[in-house]
Design a protein around this ligand. Structure first.
Ligand code: TXA
Ligand code: MG
Length: 329
């Protein structure tokens, strides 16, 4: 699965491998670019408040947006939060994997990780380098996506170096991310509700639990966060170039870049075109989404026009990212 030799931003100074230096960096309170199956994370020791403060500073992230704590297995998860019956079943079925559970936190989790909430988001990433880093460091890792706040999440080690190269001690290179969009964030209790659609589909969660799974609207998402600002969740995952969603044929325009679902209704003239999946495969589209947005952003277009994908399965997460990139909630 996308495994490659590790590399990092600095030249090796000894015979140590990238993973050894990454483990030492975490133990020393520094930050590591960590590959996961979803997107790259900016990881720090979740139990070290000073290290976690460095994560917020490096990202330019407001302190009222809590971080996800990454663990090597469910047993380690239950050292930082209190599992419910649903949480145990979901973890057993879907971890390692792209599912973040919001659960009541234990007192060992610093306030800065949860922005003072009495809940914490936990997930076990499905990537051998992430698991090796967590196990080697011997602590859970707080990690947001390794992008500057509000910008496009990184799906390669090079993306991390571009945006945060100066802030990290090591970037572990795990190759391009397999899933390509972030984890699904789920509040399991008292009734399951998805705060952020992502790499694990609502359909699979509902099938496992045997009950309906709600999808939070913008107000519920904001309500789940402390001192939420209206701008916090609306505009996100955004390229620098303005982005607009369209329905139907793409108009011809040499200055406009096009983000197409299957390559239908393409314009005669455009600045650049990216097709997410010519064969109409939502998993392929998710894997390609963020890198395609970055390429269009770099094309010099004055505007990116994008179309939504079908609104089911991974399409929920893809459309959420497209809407937010276009500045809508
Ligand atoms: O796939 C992922 O989830 C990636 C990789 C690195 O694991 N991480 C990621 O982290 O996307 P970040 O920080 O970019 O997004 C975390 C989301 C935010 O929307 C945050 O508000 C929400 O999870 N979150 C974290 N803890 C929460 C809590 N206690 N209650 C409600 N929402 C929470
Ligand atoms: Mg993020």
């Amino acid at each position: 699965m996308n495994e490659r030799p590790t590399s990092d931003v600095r030249r090796p100074t000894s015979g140590e491998s990238g993973i050894d230096r990454a483990i030492a960096a975490i133990r020393g309170g520094a930050l590591v670019g960590m590959p996961t199956e979803t997107v790259y994370g900016l990881a720090a020791n979740a139990l070290d408040a000073d290290a976690v403060v460095r994560v917020f500073a490096a990202k330019g992230r407001p302190s009222f947006d809590p971080l996800i704590v990454h663990v090597a297995d469910a047993e380690q998860a239950w050292t930082v939060c209190v599992p419910s019956d649903r949480a145990r079943r979901l973890a057993a079925a879907f971890w390692p994997g792209p599912l973040t559970l919001i659960l009541r936190r234990r007192p060992n989790v610093p306030d800065v990780v949860t922005s003072g909430l009495d809940t914490v988001g936990v997930r076990c990433p499905d990537h051998p380098l992430a698991l090796a880093l967590i196990r080697g460091a011997g602590v859970p890792l707080a990690a947001p996506s390794a992008n500057r706040f509000g910008r496009i999440s990184p799906t390669t080690a090079a993306h991390v170096r571009e945006q945060l190269g100066d802030a990290v001690a090591v970037v572990l290179d795990g190759g391009p991310c397999r899933v390509g969009i972030e984890s699904t964030v789920l509040v399991p209790d008292p009734a399951p509700i998805i705060l952020r659609p992502g790499g694990l589909t609502r359909e699979r969660i509902a099938a496992l639990l045997g009950e309906p799974v709600a999808l939070a609207d913008a107000a519920q998402r904001l309500g789940s966060l402390p001192r939420a600002s209206p701008g916090l969740l609306a505009s996100h995952y955004a390229p620098r170039t303005p982005m607009q969603l369209i329905d139907g044929a793409f108009p011809s325009d040499d200055e406009v870049a096009v983000l197409s679902w299957r390559g239908d209704h393409l314009p005669e003239r455009s600045r650049a075109i990216e097709t997410l999946s010519a064969r109409g495969d939502l998993a392929e589209a998710a894997t390609r989404l963020f890198a395609a947005m970055r390429r269009l952003d770099a094309s010099g277009a004055r505007l990116i026009r994008a179309e939504l994908v079908p609104d089911h399965d991974l399409g929920l997460g893809i459309n959420d990212r497209l809407r937010r990139a276009a500045g809508g909630g």
